[in-house]
Design a protein around this ligand. Structure first.
Ligand code: UGA
Length: 441
């Protein structure tokens, strides 16, 4: 089957490469010439484990181009996977999606299935279907719009796509359903064994995506609030979540307490669903609270330190370990490190940062306002305070006793609970504050 994918971000490129991997011929379309040239050489413009290997392995079935006209004209199925950034009022900006729809309408010469993979507000797929109906009426060409939300997470995107627990599609045209069945058939077999869940309304598929992301965000905010209370009561959040997670009705995933969720998805999707619910006069108050709790949680470490030092942080030398919103990615979008570094800079703090892959992106935001080091060791040397913002293996595996040896005063605020609390107790001089666990002083 011939597939075109519009947009080569995390969703578009990983999906395109995965379709090529299961045997389809895929053309990835992007407006950025430089990115296209890079991908033609088998290089990925994004940091994603296993992606380049698959790009190289499947290169005979993969093409990259800026020439959308011929890519769309030759395709049986076109996936739209362009960005839907957040607007100032929290709603999603759909201009990139509609630009691609316009280009598709201009380019196609036969009946075509257009699949929306970008996360779009509930109801958008139906609007796009009406758009094509109107546009294509004169040309006598049918466009079937299918909603096929994406559930991959950054850092594990390739594995998440190949071995997804479910593929959700909302399809309202019989002929398109057959094509989607054929397209996904290889994923339903060994070794992938995925489940294809078909919904007869596009709007149900769209809602499944939002409800899933919002529920996961809610789970994180819930556990973070419980963790904050645990700190006050002397309980240990890790024991608590272990106990909760053993109940199969709750499950043990997404119960890690910390300094909140970041990334390009949860922050945007919670705001977008909240915005939509208000528009329909059915405000989702749980989602509103999830957003508020997360906002506070992200800057928890700064305020803890601020209070501990009675507001006197100016003369402190601080190391920030980890700047990306989670490990396994170079993405800084909505990362707690950004909010904390801004607050620390406002208080005149001397900051050194370390991250195994995120420093280039961090430099684009903070330039020479902070110092950069390429190891944990060099970052923490002679510092007064360390903030841990991302649980990279390089940080988790760094011996706790070395903080005591290398820092001027070994004070750690660990936002991702990287270290064993009983180990921390044994280290001389160490002051260790993590999330939802006893403070070691
Ligand atoms: C998320 C979803 O997990 C994917 O299923 C979805 O497809 C994707 O959004 C999307 O809509 O495109 P992603 O944002 O890449 O994926 O990352 P996650 O692994 O979900 O982590 C999001 C944030 O939650 C991170 O900042 C992470 O540190 C935080 N988190 C996660 C916690 O604080 N605690 C947890 O237990 C789990």
């Amino acid at each position: 089957m011939k597939i075109a994918v519009a947009g080569t971000g995390y969703v578009g490129l990983v999906s395109g490469v995965s379709f090529a991997h299961i045997g389809h011929n895929v053309t990835c379309v992007d407006v950025d010439e430089k990115k296209v040239e890079l991908m033609k050489k088998g290089k990925s413009p994004i940091y994603e484990s296993g992606l380049e290997e698959l790009m190289v392995k499947n290169k005979e079935r993969l093409d990259y181009t800026t020439d959308y006209k011929s890519a769309y004209a030759n395709a049986d199925v076109i996936f739209i996977a362009v960005g839907t950034p957040e607007k100032d009022d929290g709603s999603a900006d759909l201009s990139y999606v509609y630009d691609v729809c316009e280009q598709i309408a201009q380019s196609i010469i036969k009946d075509t299935v257009v699949v929306i993979k970008s996360t779009v507000p509930v109801g958008t797929n139906d609007k796009i279907a009406s758009f094509f109906k109107e546009k294509m009426a004169k040309k006598n060409i049918n466009v079937a719009v299918v909603s096929n939300p994406e559930f991959l997470a950054q850092g594990t995107a390739v594995r998440d796509t190949l071995y997804a627990p479910r593929i959700v599609i909302g399809v309202e045209d019989e002929w398109a359903e057959k094509i989607m069945d054929n397209l996904y058939a290889p994923f339903l077999k060994e070794p992938y064994n995925q489940v294809l869940l078909k919904m007869d309304k596009r709007v149900s598929a769209e809602m499944t995506k939002y409800a899933s992301n919002n529920f996961l965000a809610l789970k994180i905010s819930f556990v973070n609030e419980i963790a904050n209370l645990c700190e006050k009561l002397g309980a240990n959040i890790e024991d608590v979540t272990k106990g909760m997670g053993l109940d199969p009705r709750i499950g043990d995933k997404f119960l890690r307490a910390g300094i909140g969720y970041g990334g390009s998805c949860f922050p945007k999707d919670t705001k977008a669903l909240h915005h939509l619910s208000k528009e329909f006069d059915s405000e989702l108050s749980l989602v509103r609270d999830t957003i508020e709790i997360n906002k506070r949680q992200k800057v928890k470490l700064f305020y803890q330190a601020y209070n501990d030092f009675n507001g006197n942080l100016e003369d402190k030398k601080v190391a920030i370990l980890g700047v990306t919103f989670k490990p396994g990615t170079d993405d800084l979008r909505e990362a707690p490190s950004i909010d904390n570094v801004k607050l620390l800079l406002n208080h005149g703090v001397d900051i050194t940062v370390f991250d195994p892959v995120g420093l280039d992106n961090f430099k684009k935001i903070f330039g020479d306002k902070v110092k950069y080091e390429d190891s944990v060791e060099s970052a923490i040397l002679d510092k007064d305070i360390v903030f841990i913002m991302t649980e990279w293996p390089e940080i988790i595996n760094f011996p706790l006793e070395n903080y005591s040896k290398l820092m001027k005063t070994p004070i750690i605020y660990d936002g991702r609970n990287c270290y064993n609390i009983n180990e921390a107790k044994k280290i001389k001089r160490l002051q260790y504050k993590s999330v939802g666990r006893k403070f070691i002083k």
